[in-house]
Design a protein around this ligand. Sequence first.
Ligand SMILES: Nc1nc2c(c(=O)[nH]1)N[C@H]1C(S)=C(S)[C@@H](COP(=O)(O)O)O[C@H]1N2
Ligand SMILES: [Mo]
Length: 204
Amino acid sequence: MKPTKKVPTFFHEFKNQPIPSIDKESYRLVVGGEVENPLELSLYDLARNFPVVESRRRFYCVNGWSLEALWRGVSVEAVLKGARPIPEAPFLRSVSVGGYEDTSSIRELVHGDALLVTHMDGEPLSPERGFPMRLMLFDRYQFRGVKALTQLAVVREYRPGAWVRYGYTDATIQPFPHLAIDTGEEIMPDECVVDRSTRLQQTR
Ligand SMILES: Nc1nc2c(c(=O)[nH]1)N[C@H]1C(S)=C(S)[C@@H](COP(=O)(O)O)O[C@H]1N2
Ligand SMILES: [Mo]
């Protein structure tokens, strides 16, 4: 039998505050910045205009734990294809409703099959897990994966996000066992893709 999941909730911007409730009808994901075709997508637009993907993957927190689930959403690659970033702007900044942000290299996100996730284990994300949408990366620490996502901005310049300002300059998953919240076991990350060229680019 699986142990009950007690998943830690990281919401840096809402520390000691309730997580604001987001109205699913009026919610829009704004995809803008240095793009030829800016988008403003409702949850309905997102599901209708892009292929829905489902993937059972484990994510890793820099604090040494991990969580596997069945995630459903659309690929970052597909949404960016729709928005058409200009070639001079190689980064994507993700911003939450509360202003938490992080910036990743578009190349890395596409290469790592990053997802814009709306469902976990068949259910819409709970407020704690980042309703209505979260960016998820599976080959980098999840501090780059912004929950309660409201804006994606294609930008020319890298800018350090919240965790990076705390000193976590490298999001590469480290080769030591991480506690699996879902099984209680210590699990060795098996998909740590280290590509030195993009890593250097991302951390300047
Ligand atoms: N908006 C927002 N997104 C965030 C964070 C945050 O503080 N605020 N923390 C990140 C970190 S460090 C991790 S490990 C994961 C944790 O996801 P969980 O809260 O669903 O466990 O969310 C990431 N996304
Ligand atoms: Mo984390």
